[in-house]
Write a new protein. Sequence first.
Length: 132
Amino acid sequence: MKRSKKLVYVVQKHRASHLHYDLRLEIDGVLKSWAVPKEPPLEKGVKRLAVRVEDHKLRYEKFEGTIPEGQYGAGTVEIWDRGYCVFLEKKPGTIVFDIHGKKLKGPYCLIKLKPKSGKDKNSGKNWIFFKK
């Protein structure tokens, strides 16, 4: 795959029912999103769970503020890191991209995990996020 153009990359620190980080990448005109329960990896060798969540409109990349109680995602949102990304590989279950942010820099991967059998509510939504 040839390198793509510069696209939106943002991580929002989200203090909702549980503190987590929302990784958002511009893909196909929307922000594809993953909830990352722990701080995103700054170094090689650190892997983080990333749970695929609903897409957001591109304008959401700049959102910081408070989502009112009773609404989906209620809590405070602040931009933790932002910049742009360049995709190196995109195929089902694998996304490889260069991040050009203030905190995260360099090649990163998202690899989809195989769904577990059983009643895990996130089965099929779980990915691993790490720095190459």
